[in-house]
Ligand binder design. Structure first.
Ligand code: PMP
Length: 526
């Protein structure tokens, strides 16, 4: 069997290396690798509906018109649902636009450097590519542009579309949420029917794994696209979770934009070139991008190599500081309190990235599932952003894992709190969970003390010895340098543990919150 011939010079889409690949290549542990190359937020978006519910009807096909998702996307974009076409991420929709408007004898206009998929999708349909919009059938525009971060005013793109009435001007707005108000062409589509916008949940929403994207187009273009769409491109659980996210949008835009500007100012002050960026990344032109990227990668800091530049995805403040330090850039501390703790031996590796001004997002992989679950509660209920990865022979013995992980989390909290000025200082919470009830109280004054009383019925909970949980919590308080009381009791041990960690999360969230200018201690400082 011979496949249809590909155009000369065709090269397929290439994925960046995973953290595991980079680690293997550089003799590092995966937990030491921090990816600044993927242009996705460092932590997953928090699902707005229970994930489990979305998987309840796995025997059934998705509802094929995706009405719920289209209506949610329409509401989010301020248009009607007949203008929305859904697909499995922006990538799927780029292919759909190419399939609908390109083919042999047709031409696509592409202005490099840009996202590689425009060229790939155009070539796969047998179209020619050119850099000249005049006479093209499809003009691909990435706005804000990947990799440069440049934003073209939407009115200019609408004017371009009006000057090319026989072409489709396809504006890929994957990063538009980071570009501020009025950056999208969406409001201009009503008067410019050959203009369309490609949008996604993969970037600002932090939901790239769901593979959900949508196009906003004029009703005629939307109908053409829909008639060529695959019958069910989005998995039903993704469509449900995606619709919920769009109805209640929660993005990382504010923190990421603040970090982007802080990093850019620091890079410029240190003499690096760094043009303004409207995305969640910075574009840094350099003479030898490969050599620089290699040098960073040896330290576990992975940046994207592009022609004549490196591209840096904005992450949590303490992680960004690590990268800036590797570039020799002195930094002004972020106003967001954050910490990065990396601890490695030849056998084990552990990384904690913590941000106190977070959104309750977490990615926790310690090798002990129940511990991951409990720590996710602390992050969620404390409004903290937390990435906590542990690997190596930590897996062999849950005792060491639990203790080391909680100790490192305590270190991270101490680091993020800095001089502890301006915090609320005290926090407390009582959390019931069915029959169980837990109370936690913390004081951030530097008097490390822990009173932990968890009344379990059995000797183990969630696979962990019950004594270990109390012990690990004590280590947390000692390392964090805080006073902490946690009490919990009930008849279901699982509930007891969960309630305890939820209460601790809430108490911590309250205590670390800004509490005004005054340091609330008779000693003048905490
Ligand atoms: N467009 C651009 C410009 C991108 O950088 C990316 C990320 N690779 C995508 C689209 C793909 O987005 P999605 O995850 O929605 O397919």
């Amino acid at each position: 069997m011979t496949a249809r011939a590909l155009p000369a010079g065709f090269s397929p889409y290439v994925w960046a290396s995973t953290a595991e690949d980079v680690a293997a290549r550089r003799g590092l542990r995966p937990q030491e690798v921090i990816r600044f190359d993927a242009n996705v937020p460092p932590l997953p978006g928090v699902p707005r509906i229970p994930v489990g519910e979305s998987f309840a009807r796995l025997n059934e096909y998705p509802e094929g018109t995706y009405r719920e998702l289209r209506e949610a996307a329409a509401g989010y974009c301020g248009v009607t649902a007949d203008r929305i076409v859904v697909g499995a991420g922006g990538d799927d929709l780029i292919h759909l636009v190419a399939r609908t408007y390109l083919g042999p004898g047709r031409t696509a206009a592409i202005a490099p450097p840009t996202y590689s998929l425009y060229g790939i999708a155009s070539a796969l349909e047998g179209a020619e590519t050119t850099s000249e919009p005049d006479g093209a059938d499809v003009v691909w525009v990435c706005n804000p542009a990947n990799p440069t971060g440049t934003l073209t005013p939407p009115a200019e793109l609408a004017a371009l579309a009006r000057s090319l009435p026989d072409a489709i001007v396809a504006v890929d707005e994957a990063y538009v949420e980071y570009a501020g108000e009025d950056a999208s062409v969406v409001p201009l589509i009503a008067e410019t029917p050959n203009l369309l916008a490609i949008r996604t949940l993969s970037k600002a929403f932090g939901l790239a794994a769901l593979r959900v994207g949508w196009i906003v187009a004029s009703p005629g273009v939307a109908a053409e696209l829909t008639s060529r769409r695959a019958p069910a491109p989005i998995a039903a659980p993704s469509a449900r979770l995606g619709a919920a996210a769009l109805r209640e949008p929660r993005t990382d835009v504010e923190q990421t934009v603040a970090e982007r500007e802080r990093m850019r100012a620091a890079l410029l002050a240190a003499g690096w070139a760094c043009p303004p960026s409207a995305g969640n990344f910075l574009y840094v032109p350099v003479d030898e991008p490969a050599a620089l990227a290699d040098r960073l990668e040896e330290q576990g800091l992975v940046v994207r190599r592009v022609a004549g530049a490196i591209r840096i995805t904005v992450r949590l403040p303490a992680e960004n500081d690590r990268l800036l330090a590797a570039l020799g850039v002195p930094v002004e501390p972020s106003r967001r309190r954050s910490a990065l703790v990396v601890r490695t031996t030849s056998e084990t590796a552990l990384r904690v990235s913590l941000s106190l001004e977070g959104q309750g997002r977490s990615r926790i992989d310690t090798g002990v599932g129940f511990l991951d679950h409990l720590l996710a509660h602390v992050a969620f209920h404390g409004g903290l952003d937390l990435e906590l990865l542990a690997g190596g022979d930590l897996h062999v013995d849950e005792h060491h894992t639990a203790e080391d992980v909680l100790a490192a989390l305590g270190d991270a909290l101490a680091q993020a709190l800095g001089d502890r000025a301006g915090v609320t200082r005290y926090g407390s919470a009582t959390v019931p969970m069915d029959e169980a009830r837990a109370t936690a109280a913390v004081d951030l004054v530097r008097r490390p003390h822990a009173e932990v009383s968890l009344a379990f019925g059995d000797e183990r909970v969630g696979g962990l010895p019950v004594t270990l949980l109390a012990h690990a919590l004590e280590r947390f308080a000692m390392q964090a340098g805080i006073t902490m009381h946690v009490e919990a009791a009930g008849t279901d041990d699982h509930h007891v543990a969960e309630a305890a960690f939820k209460a601790l999360g809430r108490a911590l969230g309250e205590a670390v919150a800004a509490g005004g200018d005054a340091v609330r201690s008779t000693k003048g400082q905490l």
